[in-house]
Design a binder for this molecule. Structure first.
Ligand code: YXS
Length: 259
């Protein structure tokens, strides 16, 4: 049974993440379906994509599928990790991807939403970035996505507390473009998409790629890269990382010891 629902109309493609039983946890299976559809949309010349969950959902995405995070000793968010593959697929898709957000957005789900080009959320939506809750070491690309989207003090608050922030704060920070009520958000998002579709797809796809390249342009020395990787290894080699995954599986609060 498919984990997503897709539709195309007037050069606008829609992807509904529909694995509601697992709160749209970003499993390899769900991500594979999304990336296959993005490739098909590219073939079809789709000029705007809307990424959403079912209307009225309480959870847009619960983030990385925790059951697929590797045991300690292996980088849990390496280049080939499905979540990283999805982030790149959205960022490199040659047309704008609009996130239509209802419900809670958790962990890697925030990064997926923030990888989108335009974000519109209902007043009830929330955003929580949660590696600290699970003892997960965030990766360079993920931190860069957040740093490009969120002022550092707020990014630190979200990373260190792992607590959700409301859409009102996300709007104030410029993390999302609009807040629209649930009974108006569909028409508003598809109205934005219609404006995009009526403009030059070549101009838009080139500007999107230029902005992606410019926003990720950072001079990182080999020493800096190796230091970052070394710091991350301390975490994913730790007992705390193992405790984070075990506590999730056992549906209990983690007891982190700091080693
Ligand atoms: O017990 P069953 O089999 O019915 O499954 C439950 C949950 O285990 C499952 N589920 C997940 N499975 C894998 N990975 C997940 N992230 C995940 N989240 C949920 O879905 C079934 C229903 O979950 P339940 O009963 O908790 O639903 P709820 O409506 O009471 O609560 C919804 C949530 C989203 C508030 C709750 O499920 C939750 O807190 N989920 C975990 C959110 C989270 O911490 N995500 C971060 C994942 S790690 C990640 O994204 C990155 C690696 S990082 O941390 O670095 O950002």
């Amino acid at each position: 049974m498919s984990l997503i629902i897709t539709e195309t109309q007037d050069a606008i493609g829609t992807i509904v993440m529909n694995h509601t039983a697992k709160r749209n946890a970003l499993s390899e299976a769900l991500i594979n379906e999304v990336t296959v559809v993005l490739d098909a949309f590219h073939e079809q010349g789709i000029r705007a994509v809307v990424l959403r969950a079912p209307a009225g959902t309480k959870v847009w995405s619960a983030g990385h599928d925790v059951s697929e995070l590797p045991d300690k000793g292996r980088d849990p968010l390496g280049w080939a990790d499905p979540l990283r593959v999805l982030i790149r697929a959205i960022q490199e898709f040659p047309a704008p991807v609009l996130a239509l957000i209802e419900g809670g957005v958790w962990g890697g789900g925030c990064e997926v939403a923030m990888a989108c080009d335009i974000l519109v959320a209902t007043p009830e939506a929330t955003f929580a970035i949660t590696p600290a809750k699970l003892g997960v070491p965030y990766n360079l690309g993920g931190l860069l996505t957040l740093m490009n989207m969120i002022p550092l003090p707020i990014a630190k608050e979200m990373l260190f507390t792992a607590q959700p922030i409301p859409t009102s704060q996300a709007l104030n920070l410029g993390v999302i473009n609009y807040i629209k009520p649930a009974d108006a958000i569909d028409a508003f998002v598809y109205g934005l998409a219609a404006h995009i579709v009526a403009n030059s797809p070549l101009s838009i796809s080139v500007m999107k790629e230029q902005l992606r390249l410019l926003s990720s342009a950072r001079s990182i020395t080999p020493e800096l890269f190796e230091r970052m990787q070394g710091l991350r290894r301390v975490v994913y080699d730790s007992q705390d990382y193992e405790e984070g995954l075990t506590s999730f599986r056992e549906k209990r609060k983690p007891r982190f010891q700091g080693n």
